[in-house]
Design a protein around this ligand. Structure first.
Ligand code: MSP
Length: 502
């Protein structure tokens, strides 16, 4: 059996989840669901990043301890993911004991291998990024390039990670098929080629972090702690056998702002500890609002719940999977979301289900006929499947969705051509056309399932099938002609009532 391991970034707990966090999470969820359909043993991990100065300051501002801050906000992320039907197998928190053990173990190995040394450091620090910047990086010599707010001058004696010693190993890794899309791989290569510097990896200025096991005065800098969550989750530091079953076949989903950490520091840390670098890193652009990154530090927050209220869970998930392609930035638009919902969900899939169930009631006594094994739609189904499978494999949800909808649209056109509603009740013609349409619905319930967690179950039940489309296994279940016929078809309330643009 093959295994599939996928991760999202772990989210900072200084503030509430917004749709910019939900985007990588929904994408990872859909891909994990696809792999479960393929029969892979799947591990999908998300979680929260709970240490560091940013969290300590947020806690101070709220008059609570850092752990209280982390408990509260981490719960808000879990609630948001429950709301969006996120099917993560684990939710990791960096304050867990198992994670402390894993961080200490991994970085002790890196030190024993000669990659961590003591030194001193001074520089411009952005607390929101938890990162140092060079003079050249700053806007007007004073502001963080991401947050457009003043940086602080920080001086510390601490331990350094000897990134410079790993340049050729990093270039080897970056020259392989590991970072996607290609443009982001080039960006990471550019960072290495521009010249690496050793990086400061511990702090003495705060104590909200994982203690450095060989020096009590230090805690690990939040990023070095956070990245290791991906190893902790599959047993590093607690169950080495388990870890070796999953590692290094991991697929990381990240945003472009954290490319340097995932495509330079993280592979280097793993190599320094004598471990394999990750198999794949997939880098997305930002969701923008009015041209700016939706961010916790700005005023442009939209919570997933705000949109779920209007579009439902399926409408929410579908929009982000269908309309935001991985790589470029994408302007969020409520109007586009309404348009997408109406065209693909209300008018195409919802309409197909309602037409089919109505005609089966009227013309087939409510009993669904079996499809024609030689139907022309069978060829479209095979092509749609092949295109969708390839796209999922490349983490291109919009392409996979478009390929899936190709057959659904074709089925509506097929009904319009044949007009079964005008056919004689119980005739062989009406039986054939309706059998084919029911088969498309069966197929669509499986294939759209990674996006439409709810509608896929509703369609499955409406066409009289038992169990759940998530119990089906691909590719067999996508083969044309498996709707058995003879099942009771039920007419239900519209799946996706049409929306008016507000
Ligand atoms: N805690 C670090 C990640 C550590 S991973 C070992 C972090 N957290 S974050 O909460 O600030 O952001 C997490 C992810 O959400 C990042 O990949 C970031 O790109 C993504 N997004 C946050 N806002 C976003 C948008 N507006 N659009 C798309 N993704 C964005 O960074």
């Amino acid at each position: 059996m093959s295994r599939f391991y996928i991760t999202t970034p772990i989210y900072y707990v200084n503030d509430a989840p917004h749709i910019g966090h939900a985007y990588p999470t929904v994408t990872a969820d859909a891909i994990a669901r696809w792999h479960r359909l393929l029969g892979d043993e799947t591990m999908f991990v998300t979680g929260t990043d709970e240490h560091g100065l940013k969290i300590q300051r947020a806690a101070e501002a709220n008059g609570i301890t850092p752990l209280e801050q982390a408990d509260r906000t981490s719960q808000r992320f879990r609630d948001a993911w429950t709301l969006l039907d996120i099917s993560n197998d684990q939710f990791i928190r960096t304050t867990e004991q198992r994670h402390h053990r894993s961080v200490q173990e991994l970085l002790t190995r890196a030190k024993d291998n000669g990659y961590i040394e003591k030194g001193s450091y001074a520089g411009h620090y952005c607390v929101a990024c938890e990162a140092y910047y060079n003079d050249d990086d700053l806007i007007d010599g004073s502001d963080c390039p991401i947050h457009e707010r003043p940086v602080e001058w920080l001086e510390e004696e601490n331990y350094f990670f000897k990134l410079t010693a790993l340049e050729s190993e990093l270039l080897d890794w970056l020259n392989g098929p590991h970072v996607f899309p290609e443009g982001k791989r080039n960006e990471a290569l550019g960072i290495v080629k521009l010249g690496l510097e050793d990086v400061s990896m511990t702090r003495t200025s705060i104590d909200w972090g994982v203690p450095v096991p060989w020096d009590d005065d230090h805690v690990f800098y939040v990023w070095y702690d956070a990245l290791i969550n991906y190893a902790t989750a599959v047993g590093f530091g607690t169950d080495e056998d388990e870890f070796n079953q999953w590692w290094p076949e991991v697929h990381h989903i990240i945003g472009k702002d954290i490319l340097r950490f995932h495509c330079v520091y993280w592979p280097a840390m793993l190599i320094a500890a004598g471990l394999e670098p990750p198999k794949e890193v997939h880098v997305s652009g930002f969701l923008l609002l009015g041209g700016k990154k939706l961010s916790k530090t700005g005023l442009t927050q939209i919570a997933p719940a705000d949109l779920v209220e209007d579009f439902g869970v399926d409408g929410y998930r579908y929009h982000f999977l269908r309309d935001v392609s991985f790589g470029p930035d994408s302007e969020f638009s409520y109007e586009q979301m309404v348009a997408r919902y109406n065209s693909d969900l209300a008018n195409t899939l919802g309409n197909l289900l309602s037409r089919v169930t109505t005609v089966v009631q009227k013309k087939c006594d409510g009993i669904g006929p079996a499809p024609d094994v030689d139907s022309a739609l069978g060829k479209v189904a095979a092509d749609s499947y092949a295109a969708a499978a390839e796209a999922w494999d490349r983490f291109q949800a919009p392409v996979a969705m478009e390929a899936t909808w190709q057959l659904i649209r074709e089925a509506n056109a097929y009904l319009e051509r044949h007009e079964p509603w005008k056919m004689e009740q119980g005739s062989p013609e009406v039986q054939r056309v309706m059998g084919d349409a029911l088969e498309v619905l069966r197929w669509a319930a499986i294939m759209a399932g990674p996006a439409l967690t709810r509608a896929s179950e509703a369609i499955w039940a409406a066409i009289g099938l038992d169990g759940s489309p998530t119990d089906e296994r691909l590719p067999e279940a996508a083969a044309w002609g498996r709707y058995p016929g003879g099942l009771t078809v039920t007419k239900s309330a519209p799946l996706f009532p049409r929306l008016k643009a507000e």
